[in-house]
Design a protein around this ligand. Structure first.
Ligand SMILES: *Cc1c(COP(=O)(O)O)cnc(C)c1O
Length: 359
């Protein structure tokens, strides 16, 4: 699709931008431009692709996203490579997952090539927006909203797909230090619900439990399964891996209630290549506590695009708390994190075809 280019009349002044890029934080700084593409069933699908200044949207107050939450999103990063070029990590996996989320929320598919073209247009236009801090990347947020004005409960007939970019440093203020997590009484996803879709509604429901975890001094919230409140599922926005002293690794199986993370999928491959036996297997909170206490479980890692691979050091809940290993970052966690980051930055050979160059 041909993108109409709308010139920016007032981009951020260079000095101001460069100062911001030296300390971008996470999710508060945005680049100058955005991509928008409209959809109308009556017009036969997607039309009017634009790249222009990032600016407030005009939405009818009856737009159905504002009432019934037809919204889905993606999160991926563009990385400055060690050779100075720019590349994405598995963007076609994000394109596919957006469409899987669209299926669950009764929204239209966006052709995968158009997704890739959109993120490329934006990164090419805002190529001067890469953070200059160690571990920084340009975080991209593609998302789709229902824009049709009506108050009936049915799928909308009009949508907008957008991509914005946010220069990002480390997700956790503590960097790669081990995080502390809180076992929530709330649940994130019920069988048959929207847990495997990347939709804003899942996050709205996680704010109270996450707020409780923060208020008690923890970094993240852990959700157990909704039916038995027994099986470990995932964190608010990250998947989990459990590492044992005999070379086995477990990650909870996808089954409708767990978000199919692209980092999760990549780690399964990388860990197997290290000779570890990775199984997608249910793991209960009681077993986890017992294995951590006996020393059979030596590491736990959380993973996702934003925070990459993060060690879990301490787990707390109403029934008390337990430490993982010595409570600090585990060896395998740091090794696999380095490998993944190396591939993403082009410092380690990409033997899987995961890295897609911008040009
Ligand atoms: C996005 C997300 C993840 C991580 O997915 P990645 O593709 O690895 O970034 C994990 N859990 C939830 C709930 C998410 O929304």
């Amino acid at each position: 699709m041909k993108f109409e280019r709308i010139p920016h009349s007032a981009p951020m002044p260079t000095a101001e931008r460069d100062a911001a890029l030296a300390n971008p934080g996470f999710g508060t700084l945005f680049s100058d431009h955005m991509v928008t593409i409209d959809y109308d069933e009556a017009k036969g699908g997607w039309y009017s692709a634009k790249i222009g200044p990032r600016e407030p949207l005009m939405l009818d107050p009856a737009a159905s996203v504002l009432h019934y939450a037809q919204e889905i999103f993606e999160g991926l990063k563009a990385y400055k490579q060690v050779d100075g070029s720019i590349a994405f990590f598995r963007p076609e996996a994000n394109a596919r997952r957006l469409n899987a989320s669209a299926d669950r929320l009764a929204m239209p598919h966006l052709p995968e090539e158009l997704f890739i073209q959109s993120v490329k247009e934006l990164v090419r236009t805002d190529k001067d927006w890469f953070p200059t801090v160690e571990g920084g990347a340009l975080y991209l947020r593609p998302f789709m909203i229902a824009t049709e004005p009506f108050l009936g409960v049915r799928p909308a007939k009009q949508y907008k797909f957008l991509v914005i970019a946010s220069p990002a440093g480390n997700y956790f203020k503590s960097g790669a230090k081990a995080v502390s997590i809180w076992i929530s009484d709330y649940t994130r996803a019920a069988p048959g619900g929207t847990g495997e879709a990347k939709c804003g509604g899942n996050y709205a429901a996680s704010l109270v439990p996450t707020g409780q975890a923060f208020a008690m001094g923890h970094d993240q919230v852990l959700f157990l399964d909704a039916a038995e409140h027994k099986w470990v599922e995932e964190l608010g926005g990250m998947n989990l891996f459990f590492v044992f002293d005999d070379g086995r690794v477990i990650t909870p199986p996808l089954g409708g209630t767990i978000l199919p993370g692209i980092t999760r999928n990549s780690l399964i491959t990388l860990l197997r290549e290290q000779g570890l036996e990775v199984s997608e297997e249910k793991y209960s909170i009681d077993q986890w506590r017992e294995d951590a206490r006996s020393g059979r479980l030596i590491e736990t890692m959380a993973c996702g695009t934003a925070a990459v691979v993060t060690p879990v050091g301490k787990v707390s809940g109403p029934a008390g708390e337990f430490e993982i290993g010595s409570g600090g970052p585990g060896q395998l966690t740091m090794k696999i994190r380095e490998k993944l980051v190396g591939i993403q930055k082009g410092a380690v050979e990409d033997t899987h075809g995961w890295v897609m160059k911008l040009d």
